[in-house]
Design a protein around this ligand. Structure first.
Ligand SMILES: Cc1ncc(COP(=O)(O)O)c(C=O)c1O
Length: 364
């Protein structure tokens, strides 16, 4: 496949996506692109370019032969380990095929109660279409003027009919973070009748702690987390949520088969990953180095950016003058995404140091 065919292929994939919300990754890449091109740089889905960890890879390979059995013991072990990791118990943990399954389950639970849900805009929207179809009214609240989640506005938008407030912290797509102290106060102020769905997909990349130690005192708090980002296992599809054991039971009742979404192989990888925190630290450190390269390139190119607490960066391409997406794609760098129409703001995932040097070269 030559470059022209490749770009045509991408354009077709982009058009197809408009009709297919379950294939959003193909917005950035043709599904079969990797088979034809080894030199594509993929920076669209905030994947970790280093994972899975060596320990996870070995555990996954060792477990292939056990795939004829249901992995109940492994599921229990993962719940046990995750509970302990956050100073909680196995009963505080629900397992899913990625955290997106659990965002969907939590939003469904809220939607079944009818009423409305409040969320920042822009944000991670994967859970919204299904919840809307179930009849819940989604109220979007703009970010503040620094593109940080505006907790006060979220509260102001809520009323007695609000069943859920979604907060992504650190935030996708802007990479901004609300400090722990503020988030804690917010959680305390939300009425017990309204679920707080807190998406902590990127917490490991930030210097702020998880809100896990608040779930016992606040049964309306559901914290969605994932092995897809810092642990580098997006393709393995393992996510989890932490909540009060009574809340976990409610969420389990909405899964076709409670805690059964992840395969034996993926569970083995997740279990081994938790014990390999050195690898997580390595990924976070590499991410910092690679991010610094992108920051320097954006400064040099005159593009304002928001310092990011995540594995992606949000920046304003307007002052650059050229179409950054076209420029990067012409050099096989894919994934620049827009989340705010009619603005120059774009998001780019952080790849390896080498990949970000490539981006810097192109922008230079
Ligand atoms: C904020 C946020 N939450 C959740 C997810 C879903 O992750 P997964 O389903 O792979 O666990 C993503 C993926 O990009 C994300 O950015």
């Amino acid at each position: 496949m030559n470059r022209r065919q490749l770009l045509q292929h991408t354009a077709l994939a982009t058009a197809a996506f408009a009709f297919s919300r379950d294939s959003f990754a193909r917005m950035m890449y043709p599904a079969d692109m990797d088979r034809y091109t080894a030199d594509i740089i993929r920076l669209g889905s905030n994947e970790n370019p280093h994972g899975p960890s060596p320990a996870a890879r070995k555990a996954m390979m060792d477990t292939v032969a056990d795939s004829n059995r249901y992995p109940w013991d492994m599921t229990a072990k993962l719940q046990e380990k995750l509970g302990a990791h956050f100073g909680l118990t196995a009963k505080h943990v629900i397992i899913g095929a990625g955290s997106s399954e659990l965002l969907g389950v939590a939003a469904t639970w809220a939607a079944l109660k009818k009423g409305n849900a409040v969320a920042p805009d822009p944000t991670f929207r994967l859970w919204i279409p299904a919840a809307s179809r179930l009849g819940i009214d989604i109220r979007m609240v703009p970010l503040d003027n620094k593109k940080v989640t505006d907790l006060q506005q979220l509260l102001d938008k809520a009323d007695s009919g609000t069943r859920m407030i979604y907060v992504c912290n650190p935030a996708n797509p802007t990479g901004t973070i609300v400090p722990a102290a503020q988030l804690r106060e917010f959680i305390k102020r939300v009425p017990a009748s309204c679920m707080i769905l807190l998406d902590e997909a990127y917490t490991e990349f930030s210097s702020e702690p998880s809100m896990a130690n608040m779930v016992d005192a606040h049964p309306n708090l559901v914290i969605a987390k994932t092995f897809s980002k810092a642990y580098g296992m997006a393709g393995a599809r393992v996510g989890y949520a932490l909540a009060h054991p009574d809340t976990i039971k409610e969420l389990n009742s909405l899964q076709p088969w409670a805690n059964a979404g992840a395969s034996a192989v993926s569970l083995a990888g997740a279990i081994a990953s938790i014990d390999d925190q050195k690898f997580v630290a390595y990924c976070v450190n590499e991410n910092k180095k690679a991010k610094a390269i992108l920051y320097a390139a954006l400064e040099k190119a005159g593009m304002p950016y928001i310092p990011s607490s995540t594995s992606f960066v949000y920046f304003d391409t307007k002052p650059f003058g050229k179409d950054v997406r076209t420029l990067l794609e012409s050099k096989n760098i894919f994934g620049t995404r827009i989340f705010e129409e009619n603005t120059g703001w774009r998001r780019l995932s952080i790849g390896t140091v080498k990949e970000m040097e490539e981006v810097a070269k192109v922008l230079g």
